[in-house]
Design a protein around this ligand. Structure first.
Ligand code: CU
Length: 115
């Protein structure tokens, strides 16, 4: 019994370290970028991201109406319910400017600039 407890306590840090090491490459390799939809506009309207890398883009809708993040240039389209956040993977992108908009409110527009 006592031996079992000692073994459990010894294993816990090892398992925690193992979980950390397994998760680490994904965390380290994929830069994240964030957009917020507020008052029917994108903040920031111009978002800079690193070129030639996959990007984990978080789009949060702070408004009380639904939005749809859309970009023909990025080939992405995703609904963002009021008060919710979605994750969209984009890239790797060549250096350049890529337009996006809210398909439910097309006046709301912005650009992702890959450098
Ligand atoms: Cu659409």
């Amino acid at each position: 019994m006592r031996l079992q407890i000692i073994r459990d306590l010894a294993m816990r840090p090892a398992l925690t370290l193992l979980a950390f090491l397994l998760a680490w490459p994904a965390v380290a390799d994929t830069p994240t970028a964030s957009l917020t939809i507020r008052n029917r506009a994108f903040e920031p309207a111009e978002l800079e991201v690193p070129a030639n890398q996959k990007i984990e883009l978080h789009v949060r809708n702070a408004d009380t109406a639904a939005s749809e993040f859309e970009s023909a240039e990025l080939h992405r389209e995703k609904m963002v319910a009021a008060g919710q956040e979605v994750v969209i993977f984009i890239g790797p992108l060549r250096a350049g400017s890529y337009e996006f908009f809210d398909d439910l409110n097309p006046r709301a527009r912005g650009h992702i600039v890959a450098r």
